[in-house]
Each structure stands twice: as C-alpha cells, then as structure tokens.
Design a protein around this ligand. Structure first.
Ligand SMILES: C[S@@+](CC[C@H](N)C(=O)[O-])C[C@H]1O[C@@H](n2cnc3c(N)ncnc32)[C@H](O)[C@@H]1O
Length: 348
C-alpha cells in the first residue's frame, strides 16, 4: 500500500476554528459584477497558483482545467444548490462550482488559501455566493448542503467519509477525490484484496460509484500516488440497523478478516467483552420489561448461557461454519448480527 507522507494538520485553536470569512461582508456595497474569469484562464494564470504549497497540509492543487470541469460536471449541480466544498485551496474548483450553484460554503484549514480564494472572487458576481469557514473539516460542524465536492488531503479521507455517512439531513451526493487505493476500498467486493471494514460500512450506508482516474501529473506539485474520483449517495431510507453495534461486530471480524469467524470470536478478550455487554443488556431488559412474564422467561433461559456458548452455537451453524469476514457480503453480516442479537449477544 503506498504510504502517504503528508501529515494531518494540528487542530486550529478554538478561537480560530470555524471562523467564517466572506469578501461579501468585508466589501458590502462595493465591487462590480464583472463575472468570474474563465476557469481555464483562472487555473493556469492566477497568482493564487503561485502560493507555495504546504504539502504537510496535502496541498496538491488540481492544475488541469479539464479535470476540474469533469469533476464539477459529475456533481450535476443545480442553480438552486448549496455546495459544500472541503479544502478549496486556491479556488481552482471553487470558481466553477460558484458558477453553477446558488452558493458555495467552503471549509479550509489554511488561512493563506482562504485569502487566495477570496481574492479570486473579489469584485465578481460570485463574490456574494461564497462563504469560507476556516477550520479543520473533521472538527467543523457541517452546514446544510445539497452536494459536497472535495479534493482533500488523503489522510483525512476515512474520517471525512464517516462524517459524511453520518451527516443529516441527507444530501444529494458527494463527489470526492481520493487516493486510488482508498477509492477502490470503498467499492471492493467480498473476496477482493481491498475488501475491508471501510468497504462494508460505506456500502451499508451508501451507494458508491467510481467516476474517473486522475493521474499524478494533473496536480501541482504531483502527489506520490494516483487518484480517483467517486460519487457517494446515502441510502435513503438508511438500513434499519444499529450502526454502533454493526461497526462493533464488523471491526472485530475484519481485524483478522481471513481467519474463521470461530477463531476470531472465540478469543478470551472478545468473550470477556461480549459477556460484559450481555450483562449490561440483561440488566437494561430486566428494568424495561419488569412486568412482562413471557419476556422474563426468555431472559432466564438466555441467562444460563455465556457468550462463549452462544458463539460456539452460532459459528457451528451450517451457514457460518468455516466462514471468514473476507468472503461475507452485506446480507451475510446483517444476518450474522441478527442471529447474535436474537440470542442476546451484542457488540456495543
Ligand atoms: C489537495 S488540496 C486541494 C485544493 C483544491 N481543492 C484543488 O483541487 O486544487 C487540499 C486542500 O485542503 C486543505 N486542507 C488540509 N487539511 C484540511 C482540513 N483538515 N480541513 C479543511 N481543509 C484542509 C489544504 O489546505 C488544501 O487547500
């Protein structure tokens, strides 16, 4: 796996995090509506692109206008849309996004970049449509948006995907650039080498499409790895599953994805953790169902069994015997979780 050398930025001080910047507010009342420059010209000739990139912040700017145009087209932005852009940098993608949308809210960590992107819209018809928030996108509360577009440092990819999967209200889609291997993990299928916890969690909550490959030389400076653009659309309605518990189970099973379920689940620490969860769950059930005799009888039967015995029973079933996480699909994981829950075993 290619290692990304860029470090995640340290968190901005709370006083500076999430501070909105807007030329519109600084310049209210002034400025002609000259319209933004053609994007090709803006990308290749803007002084913004002369700002020294800080690669420790993942600053690899898209320098090929054709790629920018293709990404913006894939986002299918409507004139009524609010677009959330993560990491606008010098604004190479921000400008065409502004042209197509009602407004753009951009979250950028580096104040130098914020100055550049604001400079590029100053005195244009887009000026009032742009709001830039300074902060770490992972720690900043997202505003309402219809479409998210992002070309971010690859080391925040995972946190960003999980943040988007959990975001409500649901948005129409997110079009995101990722390191190639990360993008392929999002859509990996059972049995493929890249199939992992990220794959099943993402596919449980969203539909992901691979849109295009983007070579290293489309960036300034070129990153060490190839990139891909994907579209993420949240499943609506979301699946009826407790995600914390689902992720608890999936995380355990993918720790050693090529081992049998039996050998992954029947370890001392796992049994201890599941026994603890069972005790908590039983205590809660007893409180909640104090007057329900049928339920109490079922609980008493379950009470006799330890997590270890229940795991033994489940992994011995024909459906789960000798199975490994690396070969199970979403329906298998859902069925496995339901089987454990039915027997009182919980993963969170
Ligand atoms: C790969 S550059 C992309 C810039 C621009 N979108 C483009 O395509 O040319 C990533 C941008 O994200 C910003 N950034 C890095 N970490 C960030 C974070 N945690 N939150 C918000 N922005 C971040 C960087 O400063 C940089 O401007």
């Amino acid at each position: 796996m290619p290692k990304n050398k860029r470090a995640r930025p340290s968190v901005a001080s709370s006083s500076s995090a999430s501070a909105p910047y807007s030329l519109a507010s600084r310049n209210a009342g002034g400025g002609a509506s000259s319209g933004i420059k053609s994007h090709a010209a803006a990308t290749t000739s803007s002084s913004a692109n002369l700002v020294a990139p800080n690669t420790s912040l993942g600053q690899h700017f898209l320098k090929n206008p054709a790629v920018v145009t293709a990404i913006v087209a894939k986002a299918a932005i409507k004139p009524t849309d609010t677009v959330l852009e993560i990491g606008p940098g010098t604004g190479n993608m921000t400008l065409p996004l502004l042209q197509q949308s009602k407004n753009v809210i951009a979250i950028e960590y580096d104040p130098r970049m914020i100055r550049e992107v604001l400079k590029r819209v100053e005195s244009t018809s887009s000026e009032r449509k742009l709001r830039v928030v300074q902060g770490d996108a992972i720690k900043t509360r997202f505003p309402f948006f219809d479409v998210c577009v992002a070309n971010v440092p690859y080391q925040i990819s995972s946190a960003l995907v999980f943040k988007l999967l959990a975001h409500r209200p649901m948005f129409r889609c997110a079009v995101m650039m990722f390191q190639e291997e990360f993008a392929l993990r999002l859509t990996a299928r059972p049995g493929e080498a890249l199939y992992c916890r990220l794959s099943v969690n993402t596919q449980l909550l969203a539909k992901v499409d691979q849109l295009m490959k983007v070579g290293r030389n489309n960036f300034r400076p070129p990153p060490k790895v190839e990139s891909r653009v994907v579209r993420i659309e949240l499943r609506n309605p979301p699946p009826p599953v407790n995600f914390t518990e689902w992720d608890g189970m999936v995380r355990l099973l993918f720790n050693r994805k090529n081992k049998t379920l039996r050998s992954v689940l029947l370890t001392k620490p796992t049994i201890r953790m599941l026994d603890e969860n069972m005790r908590t769950q039983r205590a809660l059930n007893n409180n909640n169902n104090g007057g329900n005799d049928d339920h109490r009888m079922m609980e008493e039967e379950d009470d006799e069994k330890s997590a270890e015995r229940i795991i033994e029973e489940v992994v011995a079933m024909e459906k789960w015997k000798d199975k490994r996480a690396s070969k199970l699909d979403l329906d298998d994981f859902l069925a496995l979780l339901a089987e454990f829950n039915k027997r009182g075993v919980h993963f969170a």
